[in-house]
Design a protein around this ligand. Structure first.
Ligand SMILES: Nc1ncnc2c1ncn2[C@@H]1O[C@H](COP(=O)(O)OP(=O)(O)OP(=O)(O)O)[C@@H](O)[C@H]1O
Length: 228
């Protein structure tokens, strides 16, 4: 079996009629940690949206976790998203319920039925982000960094083949960003594949990894120079 989880060939990304990125070629393999960087407005979010089916791919080829982006049907999108873990800048937790209930809500919505297994799964993902004791709290009772760790736990619930994180540290101060990044690094070490859009260059320097840059309507790999 192939260990490629994402492959784009000569793919172009549009917002309506306007071309955002053209002729993208890239391959992400199981276990990779890949950054997507670029200035505001360079197309990072449009790129991510195309990968989770929020924007249609109309030109070129794109395969993500067994789905063909060019042929992706509206009704397949929820199933594609179950194979992806998506983390946003603004956490997107449900404010009217506890952390445990936020996570149980996702499990129910994705077809889980066995109560004992659901409780066990919630405890297991909370443990992975070091938030095991916080499940009874409401989102507003947690700091930004803690809320983002919960959002990462939520992304892990269905054992995703690829985690897409769009500016996951965008709302966090530098120290908290590092704490969230440590969690993402740990998850990656345990085998999860991560594609992370960011404009936080300090994180790139501290945690070097394969880096793609959006600039001038193109995506290209940048080679980081090691400081000596
Ligand atoms: N919903 C939309 N409709 C039309 N054009 C859009 C839409 N969203 C973004 N764009 C345009 O697409 C281009 C890329 O925007 P995008 O949000 O993907 O960039 P970005 O790199 O994620 O920026 P940021 O770091 O600010 O989030 C910009 O020129 C933007 O104006």
């Amino acid at each position: 079996m192939s260990d490629t989880v994402l492959e784009l060939k000569n793919a172009s990304i549009f917002q309506g009629e306007s071309l955002v990125l053209s002729d993208i070629n890239l391959e992400v393999k199981k276990g990779d940690f890949v950054y997507l960087i670029g200035k505001t407005g360079s197309g990072k979010s449009s790129f991510m949206k195309t990968l989770y089916g929020d924007l249609k791919l109309t030109k070129g080829e794109g395969h993500i976790v067994d789905y063909d982006l060019l042929k992706l049907k509206e009704k397949e999108i929820p199933f594609l998203r179950r194979k992806l873990g998506i983390v946003f800048q603004d956490f997107k937790l449900l404010t009217d319920r506890t952390i445990n209930d936020n996570l149980l809500f996702v499990l129910k919505a994705t077809g889980w039925k066995d109560k004992a297994k659901m409780t066990e799964r919630v405890a297991s993902v909370l443990d992975k982000v070091d938030m095991k004791t916080k499940g009874f709290k409401f989102p507003h009772e947690l700091s930004g960094g803690e809320q983002q760790r919960i959002a990462i736990a939520r992304a892990l619930l269905n054992d995703p083949e690829l985690i897409l994180a769009d500016e996951p540290t965008g709302n966090l101060d530098p120290q908290t960003s590092i704490e969230v990044m440590e969690v993402l690094q740990e998850i990656n070490k345990n085998g999860n594949t991560i594609l992370m859009a960011t404009h936080d260059y300090a994180l790139l320097l501290k945690y070097p990894s394969k880096t793609l840059k959006c600039d001038d309507n193109k995506v290209f790999e940048v080679v980081q120079r090691k400081a000596n």
